[in-house]
Design a protein around this ligand. Structure first.
Ligand code: SF4
Ligand code: SF4
Length: 222
């Protein structure tokens, strides 16, 4: 899921001021931002209180099912058409993908209320960790299912670096060096480390990515 954090409220305020917005509609997201506790009902109501405290009106609020889903967001916008019509701006509490989907669906200035920070695993309720940067050339088959690109703080494909000390990471000092962990897991599985991994070909990452399954899996992005 996409992990988000609240955007600096002073910046949101400045955005509203710049466009002279007196009435604001707020949209949250029922998926990732709800799970990350940044764009669910509680956070939307907090944003509503902050907007009202600044002397503005809230034209309405809703939490769409999936903000980044074009069809769903268009439907949500249609349901709230009248309230949206009276708003000067829409504040979206979702990842950047959701904000853009809303911006395509409504004919009003749309502002982000969150910062999108990483693609995260849900380790347990309320705890998220980045495990994949979607590089387009996965090496997990060679690294015992542990991504060095993402989980080594230096992003080293081959390691350990010179700072590793007694198996521990020099950056995240309470954590085992990920390259030590990779070797240990490979060895426990009676597998041999494959030597140095070749430099990653970052052109394999689709950027900007686009996949169209309706056109016989047409991919674009490079
Ligand atoms: S190697 Fe690339 S695709 Fe595989 S887990 Fe790491 S970032 Fe993701
Ligand atoms: S000690 Fe290991 S995990 Fe930490 S930065 Fe160096 S190579 Fe990466």
């Amino acid at each position: 899921m996409i992990i988000t954090r609240p955007r600096d409220w002073a910046r949101v305020e400045a955005n509203l001021e710049e466009i002279g917005a007196r009435r604001v509609f707020i949209m949250g997201c029922g998926q990732c931002a709800t799970v990350a506790k940044t764009g669910g009902e509680e956070e939307v109501l907090q944003a509503k209180a902050a907007i009202e405290q600044s002397g503005r009106e809230v034209a309405g609020w809703t939490i769409g099912e999936v903000a980044c889903h074009e069809g769903d967001t268009k439907l949500t916008a249609r349901k709230h058409h009248d309230a949206l019509e009276t708003a000067d701006a829409v504040l979206v509490l979702s990842c950047g993908a959701g904000v853009q989907t809303v911006a395509d669906a409504v004919d009003k200035p749309v502002l982000p209320g969150l910062e999108s920070v990483f693609l995260g695993n849900v380790v347990r309720h309320g705890v998220f960790e980045e495990r994949c940067q979607m590089c387009g050339e996965c090496v997990l088959d060679l690294t015992a299912g542990i991504c060095p690109v993402t989980t080594c703080p230096k992003g080293l494909l081959n390691g350990p670096c010179g700072g590793m000390w007694e198996g521990m990471c020099e950056v995240l000092t309470d954590r085992e060096c990920i390259h030590v962990l990779i070797r240990r897991r490979l060895s426990a599985q009676r597998r041999v480390a494959s030597g140095s991994l070749a430099p990653k070909d970052f052109s394999k990452k689709l950027k900007p990515g686009s996949v169209n399954l309706r056109a016989g899996r047409k991919e674009t992005g490079r």
